[in-house]
Design a protein around this ligand. Structure first.
Ligand code: BT5
Length: 275
């Protein structure tokens, strides 16, 4: 689709600017370059294809042309009114919640536009029928201890061309069209995700947001293993029953003696397991 048609589809959203590419290394990398040049709040970078799409911890994210949504949104913290009054609340917890914001927005868009019930594999994956359909990569630019800008990067598998076979991914993948069995308009989906982000963005510390996030967690009441790197064949570093989120967006779990423990790191991976 031509850039001006895409911009037309996004009309009325409070975006700070839009950069659209047929092919790009990574929308998060382009957003970082734009931030260096003074990107406004809510600047959006969109690419049809990514040649070096990024996952967490140096991993890759596959975005072939014509089959996926890959975009990054710049959130300027001064615009949110927090840069001058950085507290623990606005740094650690709110940054963690920005991954939740992306996950909730994807789930809400899939529910409202397509009637799909998606689940969040904490912290950054969105699943349809226990298969990964979308991933979120949040990167923050700091000045000393102060977060200046956050890049909310979202990749969503829309058509079958975006799905890698099971042996090439760390977790089984799917796409929206496989689950719906009909074509999906990528830009209708993009608009719905952005609308949800706009709706929740300034409400990340409200109980209503935490509940919306918590309600969509995958593996609730299941036993999960927590791995540093589940692809390496290593055993779980911890196991527990997944209870939900705490007030900060940390994951609450219970060990086999019933004691609660919490996970705050976004660098862990969960797998359903049995004991
Ligand atoms: C993620 O990392 O899931 C974060 C993905 C974020 C991608 C977006 S696209 C727009 C923006 N610009 C970027 O450059 N990135 C963001 P992680 O949890 O580390 O998962 C990465 C792993 O998922 C890889 O190692 C593969 O095993 C698998 N994978 C790669 N591409 C996939 C795809 N299209 N669908 C499902 N799984 C995939």
């Amino acid at each position: 689709m031509e850039s001006n048609l895409i911009v037309h589809r996004l009309e009325g959203l409070p975006l700070g600017g839009v950069r659209i590419f047929d092919s790009l290394d990574s929308t998060n990398s382009e957003a970082a370059r734009w931030i260096d040049q003074g990107a406004p709040d809510m600047a959006l970078v969109l690419a049809d294809e990514q040649t070096m799409g990024k996952g967490r911890l140096g991993r890759d994210w596959f975005t072939p042309p014509g089959a996926a949504l890959a975009f990054s949104l710049v959130l300027q913290h001064a615009a949110a009114g927090s840069a001058n009054q950085v507290t623990e609340e606005t740094t650690a917890t709110n940054l963690m919640r920005i991954t939740g914001l992306g996950a909730v927005a994807i789930c809400e868009a899939l529910e409202t536009k397509f009637g799909l019930s998606a689940r969040i594999k904490w912290p950054n994956d969105v699943l349809l029928l226990r298969r990964k359909t979308a991933g979120i990569l949040v990167e923050t630019i700091w000045q000393s201890d102060c977060p200046l800008s956050t890049i909310l990067g979202i990749g969503i598998n829309v058509g079958p061309g975006s799905v890698l076979p099971d042996e090439r991914v760390r977790f089984p993948a799917t796409c929206i069209e496989n689950e719906l069995d009909r074509p999906v308009d990528r830009y209708e989906l993009l608009r719905a995700v952005l609308e949800s982000i706009v709706r929740w963005r300034h409400r990340l510390s409200e109980p209503a947001f935490l509940k919306t996030w918590d309600d969509r967690l995958a593996y609730k009441n299941d036993w999960v293993g927590i791995f540093d790197d589940p692809g390496s064949g290593q055993v779980a570093t911890q196991q527990g029953k997944l209870i939900g989120l705490d007030n900060h967006g940390r994951l609450r779990l219970q060990d086999d003696l019933g004691s609660e423990f919490f996970l705050a790191s976004g660098e862990l991976s969960l797998r359903a397991t049995t004991i």
